[in-house]
Design a protein around this ligand. Sequence first.
Ligand SMILES: [Zn+2]
Length: 235
Amino acid sequence: MTYYDREDQFLRQRLQKEIPVLTALIKNLYEGLDRRFHLNGAKVPVTFGFDTDSLGSYTRQSAHNEEHFHFSLFFIAYGVKNPLSKEDRIDLFKHEYAHYMQYNMSIPEKYQWQTGTHGSAWKYCCSLIGAVPTPYYKAGEALRDHDYDKVLKNRIHDKTVPIRDTYQRLQKAQKQKNEIIHYKIGDEVAHPRFGNGIVEKISPRSGGVHLHIRFDGEVKCIDQKWLMKRRDSYK
Ligand SMILES: [Zn+2]
């Protein structure tokens, strides 16, 4: 087992311990929304995973799938390096609930003009529960006021920001983003356990970038996402 695998496994075990707290938070939120709209979203199973390209999703009941909500602990857990703000986390849960709503309640005809997962029916549901009416996740967006009236008439999506949930084309964009190399040979890096090291080799890989780093005489192979640059030299 490489160091990277052990570290990754350690993080996953830690994040998994948050599942009961997160489940309670989601169920509590959904129960409140259920009461307002006479729905049963809180009874839909919630699963968790370690997706790196999707924050969450809602899957409808079908011949192939059990109905469920799914969230990635890499994004919604509190114990990750850059946790979501409280508002953005709640908004993500509402975003997925709006998907549940669009298929489980009657949508007025005037909000059916735009098809698609994130079409006008979904935006209408967002307007009912105060969710950000864009399919893409943008930090801090949950705190802004939303012009639902405009959004319910506007056919253009803002495609400049990463996707909030499963949406093939943009998942690919996120993966490509993780593959952007943030370091160069000779860079000084800091690791929470190994301390300071120097990048000696860079190996791009699918969905990430492996760095070979010399820490105090010993070389370790670590994905760049686990590191902080020693100096704040990000643009
Ligand atoms: Zn969505």
